[in-house]
Ligand binder design. Sequence first.
Ligand code: DX5
Ligand code: ZN
Length: 216
Amino acid sequence: MSHIIAPSVLSADFGNLQRDIELINNSDADWFHIDIMDGAFVPNISFGFPVLKAIQKHAKKTLDVHLMIEDPDRYVTLFKENGADILTVHIEACTHLHRSIQNIKNAGMKAGVALNPHTSVHLLEDIIADIDLVCVMSVNPGFGGQKFIENTYTKVESLKKLITAKKSKALIEIDGGVDLNNYKKLLAAGADVLVAGNTVFGSADPSKTITQLKQI
Ligand code: DX5
Ligand code: ZN
């Protein structure tokens, strides 16, 4: 399987959201990455259900929803109803992670777990076989356009070993600071999914940038 590119809608122009959604529909991108922030788990508020619904209305590709919110169990069903195909929760926000994963799967979505930069991949040892995706944060969550944290490469290598050892099918997603200079090294380390916000929407030709990120 070739790697997956998931442009982050957080960096889109919200005044021209439909235009930017169509741009991704018509590009080589595979998924839409959608960041939900509650102003409590992270020091920023992004958007909620009305915007997600608007995205769903026009998007023709998988909706990969990344929840940066406290107590995400409260909203699992609503995210399904508003179009999420993959729902990712933060390990740091879930006291009963196993239950959260089951809730997401029972609601009919793929289940992802995100790790903050300081969180060790070894915490996933007893849950990795149950999850569909691990989102490795390569910046501190909350904002687009931040600098990539270099420790991510070794973290991805450790995670890949864990996934192989436990015979898990989980995909490794990298979120934050992915650009045209580091994406190949991330793929070599074991990444399957690359999220890119600023690199795509901050470029002169976003569609061309997506095509470049797809090249191996
Ligand atoms: C950060 C978000 C990211 C963000 C990535 O908290 O989870 O998805 O949009 O943006 P870039 O690619 O600009 O770092
Ligand atoms: Zn994200």
